[in-house]
Design a protein around this ligand. Sequence first.
Ligand code: SF4
Ligand code: SF4
Length: 370
Amino acid sequence: MNTTVSVRECREYDPDMIIRHVAEIYRACGGPVVKGKLVLVKPNLLMDAAPEKCITTHPVVVEAVIRFLQGEGARVIAGDSPALHKPGAKLERSGIYEVCRRTGAGWVDFLKNPSEVRMRNGSIRIASAALDADLVISLPKFKNHELVYFTGAIKNTLGLVPGITKAMQHALHYDRERFSVFLVDLNEAVTPQFFLMDGIMGMEGHGPGQGMPVNTGVLIGSSNPAALDIVASRIAGYDPMDIPTSRIAVARRIWLKGEEEIIYDGPGLSSIVRKDFRRLPISGNENIAVKFIKHRLWFIKKLEKRPVFIHSSCTGCGECIKICPVNAITMHPEKKNRVVLNDRKCIRCFCCSEVCRYNAVEVRRKIIGD
Ligand code: SF4
Ligand code: SF4
């Protein structure tokens, strides 16, 4: 598989400059011919949030990609399934529905008629728009991720799984390693043909939903999801093999055998690595004995990072309750705007933190007084 990764420095959401970079990146990576093809553009729309929050792919990047593809003769549709997906949702706050309206790209609802796709182990429902399209172009966002540390090309494919089926995968694959294996399996079953990451503004700290925007200043493209994630996570200052999805993909030799195979096109990597990027601390890879002890000893479990609910910020919207795949959260029976966590049930998937719009769920060790 083509292992080229192309990077362009880009500090602002300037539409003309971005469309030029998109064309250069696509050509440098030998992106697939799209003339006469139906192409699904799939941004990262974790939730319907304003672009300046940096939770979602910026609409200027989405528009540049759509216009580039249309200029190459493609028919373009666009869509994604947010963590909590209501039928007919247009996700207007993100600005992407408006981009579709302006460019004539059709907005598709991933909840309509999903189809079953076979994976290494079992099968999964995928948006039929992804299967009906000739090509899928994925537009991940440069962000930290509490569970898998860094979210990129491999993680963005999860949005092809419609609605609550996504969150349920956390219950089925209930820790970081298992969930990462599942993500790689999913990408093996449905691999988008090209990836372009919006890293102009990224998210450091508590991503993917509650971190801080930061000007990371890059656009990164590749037709190889593992190669893109390796380069992107290196720019964020991680050791790419600390990112479980990249490590698993490399161990399986699906898209490449190692970082040394990457053909890099762009400015000197050392000049764009963000040493000051606020990364998430990497937990060591635990062996079975350590996992067993942690699982058995409640007081060790208490020392783990977990969701901590900030009651003063909670509005009682109930989104965390809807997303929790193991029903570990309930509304307090008496106190208004207060949720209660059943710590024994919680599998630490951090979906509640991803969907909370009010920064009322922190992921950290609990301290006395919380
Ligand atoms: S913690 Fe957040 S998501 Fe949950 S009810 Fe409160 S405000 Fe809503
Ligand atoms: S409470 Fe939050 S972290 Fe725990 S299982 Fe539910 S969604 Fe996941």
